[in-house]
Design a protein around this ligand. Structure first.
Ligand SMILES: [Zn+2]
Length: 235
């Protein structure tokens, strides 16, 4: 926890995690290191309006575009974009906000879904850890890359959905059951390695596919949409 002091006198929200301050003394539970962040730059950049109308859909050819690495440290513009994407995901599962702000519930979003071909993605996944305890995984990732994948595969029994896909596409999307991802994470402000399994592994692979212009239904075998390897994990 960091105390963000009197920054909120100028701005009623935490500049780092965008939480709204309501109480004094002003404290915020986000984990950004105030010393390492250029507040002035963050404030200069305009917030991006992200809602169901500004997210591009799969009839827009830009969704098939390949995304590029972003420079590190992040520019103020890329940092703000990543925070706005994260805010979208956070707000989208709040029923009231989602209705008011025209948001579709999501666990992840990638920059290309806003027509911006940059390797930036924000993910919030409520899942369970290896001891079956509930856990929230949240990341604001720049340039994440899968560095290893298990041979064993997994799929969501309910199938996948995407903010850029409005039509239903039934069938299993078979992916690696476990992956390791390396990249810069703005939530912790450092390079991280994520060892993901289960639902988180699926979500990360879905989001990183967007960097290659791939959509979940590209993976569905349209002749046999519910085909999955026998040893694949059903989630
Ligand atoms: Zn998607």
């Amino acid at each position: 926890m960091f105390i963000h002091g009197n920054y909120s006198i100028l701005l009623p929200i935490c500049s780092f995690c965008l939480n709204i301050f309501t109480l004094k003394p002003i404290t915020c539970v986000c984990s950004f290191d105030i010393e390492k962040t250029d507040l002035y730059n963050i404030r200069e950049v305009k917030k991006m309006l992200i809602n169901n109308d500004t997210i591009i859909k799969d009839d827009d050819p830009r969704i098939r575009q390949k995304s590029q690495d972003v420079p590190l440290p992040l520019t103020a513009e890329d940092e703000q974009l990543l925070r706005d994407m994260f805010q979208y995901v956070a707000d989208s599962t709040d029923e009231e906000k989602a209705e008011k702000l025209n948001l579709r519930p999501a666990v992840g979003i990638s920059a290309i879904q806003l027509g911006i071909p940059k390797k930036l993605t924000a993910v919030i996944v409520d899942s369970v850890d290896k001891n079956n305890e509930p856990v929230r995984y949240q990341f604001m990732l720049a340039n994440p890359k899968i560095v290893s994948s298990s041979v064993q595969q997994a799929y969501l029994e309910a199938g996948e959905g995407c903010l850029s896909v409005e039509k239903e596409h039934e069938g299993y999307v078979v992916r690696s059951a476990r992956i390791r991802v390396q990249g810069f994470d703005l939530c912790t402000n450092k390079m991280i390695e994520i060892r993901a399994r289960g639902y988180l592994a699926i979500v990360l692979q879905h989001e990183l596919d967007h960097f290659d212009g791939k959509l979940f239904y590209d993976h569905i075998d349209h002749d046999n949409p519910y085909k999955a390897p026998e040893d694949a994990v059903a989630i």
